[in-house]
Design a protein around this ligand. Structure first.
Ligand code: ADP
Ligand code: MG
Length: 448
């Protein structure tokens, strides 16, 4: 990446984050260097670096990736000797601006909309509740409390609600911010002896959304203020939407009166994703990005492979896909299963599901009613050879074993034999629905 490319990327960011955010947070970033997947920027203060990382990190990463630089991380450094004279005033203004309606909330991510949210069994209830609240009719669920593990879509749903409400009610005051930001502003108001304005500001909104409220628990003064704001709003029929990484009763340090107040609204949880949902999300992302990564081909089975193997969180899944895109754009050819495994080995290792080749062999032999010794053995008749290829294919797809390692476990066969088997099944999968069904069933059995 060069300074010039960064200039172009900044222009693209202007489109995604909007003029205000651009002027305050993106324009002041000074590109420093790029090394081994890490892009470094100079910022006038640590606060600013953290803020940009938190609020625009994903957007910046995705724009840099689109420009063809395979970036995995952003770093923000404060130059020795403190702020540079020319960039200081702008940053200072951004950081200590008086708290007004404009600055009461945090920016919304343009990508987090309902139409980009894939619905499946695990998030169906949370999605339905979010949709209902976003209709903006007479307040029904108040507060709405969304909870679930990291990367399951809480922030995405909250932003989606905010976008939709803004469209339907352009005049409504909708404020979204993280609990951490709420606390930061609260402390700032205390310090600036500006509590009246603070209270007024947050009690005059129509919709208040606070993300990751587990952060406030145990921080007594902030929790107290938050509770009053929250009560005042709910009492006057204003919508409040909160999220946390766990159920209210499980947040240590949260006051009982808050918990019981929450229980008068709707509490909806996002369950861990399942295979179908993960595959749906991947397919949607491929569609979403296909315009930006022209001529990018992904072999059959790669998305299924990712959906099987990366089951921890959607953010990691997306990150993996973005890396594949960047890599594919760089090397300029189709993304095969092999390439995917290579380029994502670190992520795959971290979320290894530990399915063994032996397990696959056993299940496949059972499924085709043949003996394990025949599956692994030397006989080449079709009744053994086809199941053997299926097992090799599954071993390649569901484990992180290399071709030679798989060959060794199939009676010491050569890696080219394994490769041939894997290819054969890849082809057959397209033409032969029986094989496709067998594979799907076996995968399910193995995942169970
Ligand atoms: P959380 O706030 O629960 O930690 P996020 O809302 O930030 O998670 O989601 C992490 C990433 O995963 C985001 O990029 C988001 O768009 C994506 N994501 C999560 N769930 C879905 C979904 N159901 N459909 C599409 N994208 C999703
Ligand atoms: Mg979140």
């Amino acid at each position: 990446m060069t300074e010039e490319t960064w200039g172009q990327i900044q222009q693209n960011l202007l489109q995604t984050v909007g003029k205000n955010n651009y002027v305050n947070w993106i324009e002041p970033l000074e590109y420093s260097d790029y090394d081994d997947g890490v892009a470094t920027f100079l910022v006038p203060t640590h606060f600013m670096g953290n803020w940009v990382q938190r609020n625009f990190g994903d957007a910046i990463l995705s724009e840099i990736t689109k420009s063809g630089t395979p970036v995995t991380r952003l770093e923000f450094a404060v130059p020795n000797g403190g702020p540079k004279p020319q960039s200081a005033p702008r940053a200072a203004r951004a950081v200590t601006a008086p708290q007004t309606e404009e600055t009461a909330g945090a920016p919304l991510d343009a990508r987090f909309r309902f139409d980009s949210f894939v619905v499946g069994k695990p998030n169906e209830l949370a999605h339905a509740a979010a949709k209902r609240v976003a209709d903006g009719g007479p307040v029904t669920f108040n507060p709405l409390f969304l909870y679930g593990g990291v990367g399951l879509g809480k922030t995405h749903l909250m932003h989606a609600i905010a976008w939709e409400l803004k469209e339907k009610h352009p005049e409504a005051k909708i404020v979204y911010l993280s609990a951490e930001q709420f606390m930061y502003r609260f402390v700032q108001a205390l310090r600036d002896k500006d509590m009246m304005a603070f209270k007024q500001l947050y009690r005059s909104v129509d919709v208040l959304m606070v993300d990751d409220v587990q952060f406030i628990a145990g921080k007594d003064a902030t929790q107290e203020e938050f509770f009053h704001t929250f009560n005042a709003l709910v009492d006057s029929g204003k919508q409040v939407i909160l999220s946390a990484d766990r159920a209210p009763t499980e947040i240590p340090g949260i006051e009982d009166r808050i918990v019981s107040r929450l229980q008068s609204g709707l509490i909806a949880d996002l369950h861990p994703t399942n295979y179908e949902l993960r595959l749906g999300i991947l397919q949607q992302k491929v569609e979403q990005y296909s315009g930006q990564f022209k001529n990018l081909e992904i072999s059959d089975g790669v998305l299924e492979f990712l959906a099987h193997r990366i089951s921890t969180n959607v953010r990691v899944l997306e990150g993996a896909l973005m890396r594949l895109f960047a890599f594919g754009a760089l090397v300029g050819h189709e993304i095969t299963l092999d390439l995917a495994q290579d380029c994502l080995s670190d992520i795959l290792r971290a979320s290894d599901r530990k399915i063994t080749v032996e397990e696959i062999q056993r299940k496949v032999a059972d499924h085709y009613s043949i003996r394990l010794s025949d599956l692994i053995g030397p006989k080449r008749v079709r009744t053994f050879a086809r199941p053997r290829q299926v097992a090799m294919y599954l071993a390649k797809q569901l484990t992180s074993r290399s071709l030679p390692e798989i060959g060794r476990r199939f009676g010491g066969r050569d890696h080219t034999t394994v490769m041939h088997g894997v290819r054969r099944i890849e082809e057959l999968q397209q033409k032969d629905s029986q094989i496709a069904d067998d594979l799907e069933l076996l995968r399910r059995l193995l995942e169970a």
